[in-house]
Design a binder for this molecule. Structure first.
Ligand code: ATP
Ligand code: F6P
Ligand code: MG
Length: 669
């Protein structure tokens, strides 16, 4: 990659960002933000330089390119530090980073400094011992170039790791008011980080009282609830928190925690004042109706709330559709149905119109059920609500059958989807075993993350080959997929292949590629399953002159349109009740989620920073490989890249190496 790559034509729809937070970030812990596919956008203030080891642990390994951007501000309006000192600290930061395990791993370092200052360019080159090319034009366009850089990776996977060294908050505020605004960026809140003894960190969620002073509090009506009186367990302790990592060594720091979900002694809403709404966005997922039902029933039965409305048709429904009144009676049976009784949609997120509608209708609790995109939308709604100073609690309930939401143990609907996928795999197995050289080929969902396919394969034990987006593969030649199919057919006379829809997209021949974007800006995938089946058939009939019988099964929409299974139903109930307790207690700007088996409130930025991926250097992938006996399909070059990946100093500090499936990193080839 060179500076030239910054000029590639990426449309405005690709300009996702989290960097608008930069001037409010308190430390590097809170400063690692991610974009589509998991780009680490790290904002390093001059005095954070000594923390580069933390950066390494959070984003190390996958990133190959490092971009330093140095804005030198000469207005002086907000900076009380002399420029000479800022220059010094900048160089210290750069040097410290460049020689750190993280910095030294990058293939190339690009330094962006004001183009007119050749002296700075030379200094940078000296420090990083690499050719440094200044980016031309003014500071605003430099920022735009960085966005481009983030989005230039293959298969939509970003390749850049960006470090901003800021020397003036004032300048960046100025930029935000200027070009940032035209990029549709919003100012976000400062993360609430509470620290305690022995490395305890609480990544807390916002509260209405953070921006509305002197809010009245009320006793929690649960105190009079016969069910809770019976067990004499009413409220969670105000200081209860849940650790993000439960595998520790005796000297490990206590690490990051999230606020434990549950009812609080005091609430910030009187029951008769609550006017709640529920909206579902994005694709379908088993359990949506259960969550709707349990929010309505939880509000009604636990808190005596009578006014709950449903917003029809996703985010756009706030301003373009009718609402529907929801009562325990009207939602009584809905959990037995798939889909969402409210309807859903992609696109149409107009923050101003949505919050106008919330304000006009007098809504004061907003429950937003949806995937990664929806949670990003919820975060923006929260910011706008806060900016207007409204007493409105915004709660997210994460949904996705793909299980690609980070931090949480798993998303609701995932188990049901995996279970339903068994029926398709069984059918494929029956078909394959009933005929000579039978191949059962099943395509399942999983746009960027292959969890459904991974778990469905492990659960079934009938699968001989599992293909996921995270694990590249190739078709022809030694070690390729075709060779493996031939071997398997010769060994046992049949085989079952299960593939995620996002796998092998890069293999599709150009004539087969028709993909564009959906209304939310998600890249639409081409039907790689169909294409693969055609390639397999062609290969064996034309090249090998070998008769095979391939049956293609595509149950993708069937596995997400079903009602949730029993375990997801219970999970949905707990999520919904946790959301209700949180909103009633005045918390806002949070997503509910299960962390290490406990319900928690997670700040939006943690849910939105990365995408959860299957890690193919993790033991779970080893379990998969030993279950199917398939080769890794990595080309020698790709295998080298994997082998080169260094493990962090302390494995326990990094999710991807902890025992289990919770991951935050991705591998980019
Ligand atoms: N960055 C964003 N900011 C504001 N709104 C967003 C953002 N990304 C997505 N949205 C909105 O969120 C809604 C749902 O997004 P999307 O279609 O990506 O589905 P999702 O919630 O990610 O669910 P799925 O699991 O099906 O992908 C859409 O209405 C979209 O406009
Ligand atoms: O066809 P739709 O409704 O846009 O949804 C398809 C996508 O939704 C998901 O189920 C969830 O993101 C993906 O697995 C899939 O690619
Ligand atoms: Mg999504």
């Amino acid at each position: 990659m060179s500076v030239v790559d910054f000029h590639c034509s990426v449309g405005p729809e690709d300009l996702y960002t989290s960097v608008d937070q930069h001037f409010a970030l308190p430390s590097i812990y809170a400063a690692v933000w991610s974009k589509i596919g998991g780009t680490g956008f790290v904002l390093l203030r001059p005095f954070d330089c000594y923390q580069s080891g933390v950066v390494d642990r959070r984003v190390g390994g996958a990133r190959r390119i490092c971009v330093f951007v140095y804005f030198r501000y000469s207005g002086g309006e907000c900076s009380s530090v002399p420029f000479e000192l800022l220059d010094l600290s900048f160089r210290a930061a750069l040097l410290s980073f460049a020689v750190s395990p993280c910095g030294s791993r990058f293939e190339q370092v690009v330094g962006a400094v004001p183009w007119w200052n050749l002296y700075e360019v030379l200094q940078l080159a000296l420090v990083v011992r690499q050719p440094v090319k200044p980016l031309r034009s003014d500071r605003v366009s430099q920022l735009v170039y960085i966005w481009y850089c983030i989005n230039t990776g293959r298969r939509g996977m970003p390749r850049a790791f960006v470090v901003l060294v800021l020397d003036s908050f004032g300048l960046l505020k100025g930029l935000r008011n200027g070009s940032f605004a035209t990029m549709g960026l919003e100012c976000k809140s400062m993360p609430k980080i509470v620290t305690g003894a022995h490395g305890y960190v609480l990544e807390d969620v916002p509260h209405l009282s953070d921006y509305i002073p002197n809010l009245p509090v009320y006793p929690n009506p649960l105190e009079d609830n016969p069910a809770y009186s019976a067990v004499r367990q009413y409220f969670v302790h105000v200081d209860d928190s849940v650790p993000e990592k439960v595998v520790v060594h005796k000297d490990s720091p206590r690490g990051v925690h999230f606020r434990r979900a549950g009812p609080r002694e005091k609430v910030y809403f009187e029951s008769e004042d609550v006017n709640a709404c529920i909206v579902t966005c994005g694709g379908l997922c088993p359990g949506l109706n259960t969550v709707i039902r349990e929010i309505v029933c939880g509000l009604h039965h636990m808190y005596g709330v009578k006014r709950v409305i449903g917003i029809n048709g996703g985010y756009r429904g706030f301003y373009s559709k009718n609402t529907v009144s929801l009562t325990p009676n009207s939602v009584n049976d809905i959990h037995k149905r798939g889909g969402t009784i409210l309807g859903t949609s992609r696109g149409g997120h107009d923050t101003k119109k949505i919050v106008d509608s919330i304000q006009d209708r007098g809504i004061n609790q907003v429950y937003i059920i949806g995937g990664d995109g929806t949670q990003k939308g919820a975060a923006v709604i929260f910011e706008e609500v806060k900016r207007r100073g409204l007493k409105v609690a915004v709660a997210g309930i994460p949904k996705t059958i793909d299980n690609d939401i980070p931090v949480i143990d798993k998303s609701f609907g995932f188990d049901s989807a995996v279970e339903e996928a068994q029926r398709a795999i069984n059918a494929a197995h029956v078909e394959a075993t009933s005929i000579e050289n039978g191949i059962g080929f099943v395509k399942l969902m999983g746009r960027y993350s292959g969890f459904i396919v991974l778990y469905a394969t492990l659960a079934s034990r009938d699968v001989d080959c599992c293909l996921i987006p995270e694990s590249p593969f190739y078709l022809e030649g030694p070690g390729g997929l075709f060779e493996y199919i031939e071997k398997r057919l010769k060994e046992q006379g049949h085989m079952v292949i299960v593939m995620a829809e996002g796998a092998g997209q890069e293999l599709l021949s150009e004539d087969f590629q028709t993909a564009t974007h959906d209304a939310s800006g998600n890249k639409l995938l081409d039907d790689c399953g169909l294409w693969m089946c055609r390639r397999i058939k062609d290969y064996f009939s034309k090249k090998k002159k070998m008769a095979i019988n391939l049956k293609y099964i595509d149950p993708t929409y069937m596995i997400r349109a079903i009602p949730s299974n029993a375990s997801d139903n219970v999970y949905c109930t707990l999520l919904a009740q946790s959301a209700v307790h949180g909103a009633m207690a005045g918390f806002t700007g949070f997503t509910v989620g299960l962390v290490n088996g406990r319900q928690t409130y997670i700040p939006f930025y943690r849910i939105n920073e990365v995408r959860n991926h299957v890690i193919i250097t993790d033991r779970m992938w080893a379990r998969l490989l030993s279950s199917t006996n398939q080769p890794s399909f990595l080309s020698p070059k790709q295998a080298n890249v994997v082998a080169e990946m260094e493990h962090p100093d302390t494995q326990l500090l990094d999710d991807s190496f902890a025992d289990g499936e919770k991951v935050i990193k991705d591998i980019t080839f």
